[in-house]
Write a protein that binds this ligand. Sequence first.
Ligand SMILES: *[C@@H]1O[C@H](CO)[C@@H](O)[C@H](O)[C@H]1NC(C)=O
Ligand SMILES: *[C@@H]1O[C@H](CO)[C@@H](O)[C@H](O)[C@H]1NC(C)=O
Ligand SMILES: *[C@@H]1O[C@H](CO)[C@@H](O)[C@H](O)[C@H]1NC(C)=O
Length: 128
Amino acid sequence: MNPRSQSVLIFIIAFLLFIDSSYTAKDVNIVKRIIPQLLKVKKVGEHKMILEVEWDGTGIKNNEKVITKLHGCTPDGNLSFRRYKKKHKFSDRNTTYELAVHKKKVSVQCLLEFTGDLQTNVTFGFRT
Ligand SMILES: *[C@@H]1O[C@H](CO)[C@@H](O)[C@H](O)[C@H]1NC(C)=O
Ligand SMILES: *[C@@H]1O[C@H](CO)[C@@H](O)[C@H](O)[C@H]1NC(C)=O
Ligand SMILES: *[C@@H]1O[C@H](CO)[C@@H](O)[C@H](O)[C@H]1NC(C)=O
């Protein structure tokens, strides 16, 4: 190998190392965070409502698990729902809960939790 092609080779290796290290530095700087978006509550029947939760996030891969847990609403007893825990992939971007309304025209406050690695809580209110 002559000195010229050797220096080209060194340059290429140095360049590859540079790309490699700049990539790692960037990865470390990304804060992994789930960002709850819209919470929509729709009346879909006389005693039925649908809660729709959307999410966005930073530094989260599409196939990572997103688990939501609806803790319930206060005052107690005016609403119920069957499955309180929902498992999704981040790329699903939303989930829904079916709510059975036992008493109408009541203002309620509910707590939704994002569990696992992507912890965050959301409280929201609406009228049944
Ligand atoms: C429903 O909400 C009301 C407040 O509007 C509260 O007084 C009541 O205890 C709640 N539960 C039931 C089962 O009605
Ligand atoms: C909600 O999820 C469904 C199915 O997973 C998808 O088709 C729809 O586009 C999503 N809606 C929003 C607003 O992201
Ligand atoms: C969210 O709420 C639940 C239930 O009250 C609690 O156990 C959890 O620590 C809360 N998480 C955060 C991040 O505040």
